[in-house]
Design a protein. Sequence first.
Length: 99
Amino acid sequence: MNETKSPIKVHLLGKEYPIVCPQNEEHELLVASRHLDDKMREIRDTGRVFGAERIAVMAALNIAHEYIQLQQQNRLLSAGLSERLSAMHEKIDAALGSE
């Protein structure tokens, strides 16, 4: 059965964009579009970047930069967690071995 999906209306800087996405991803699309709209408004409100296309590119670059920073933080946290778990395993092994 092939159902035609109605597009979700996304608003960016007051302009409406119809976007078709899987039904189970609609909420995430709306959350992402609100985040993008907020970033675009922040950039527009600084008054240093003009034009919707330039504002969109700057917002995309800012979001990509944030994403990369979060990935790096995640890698550092994962590495730290792995080290702590290894240290705990060694302590447990030493405690069990000393009995």
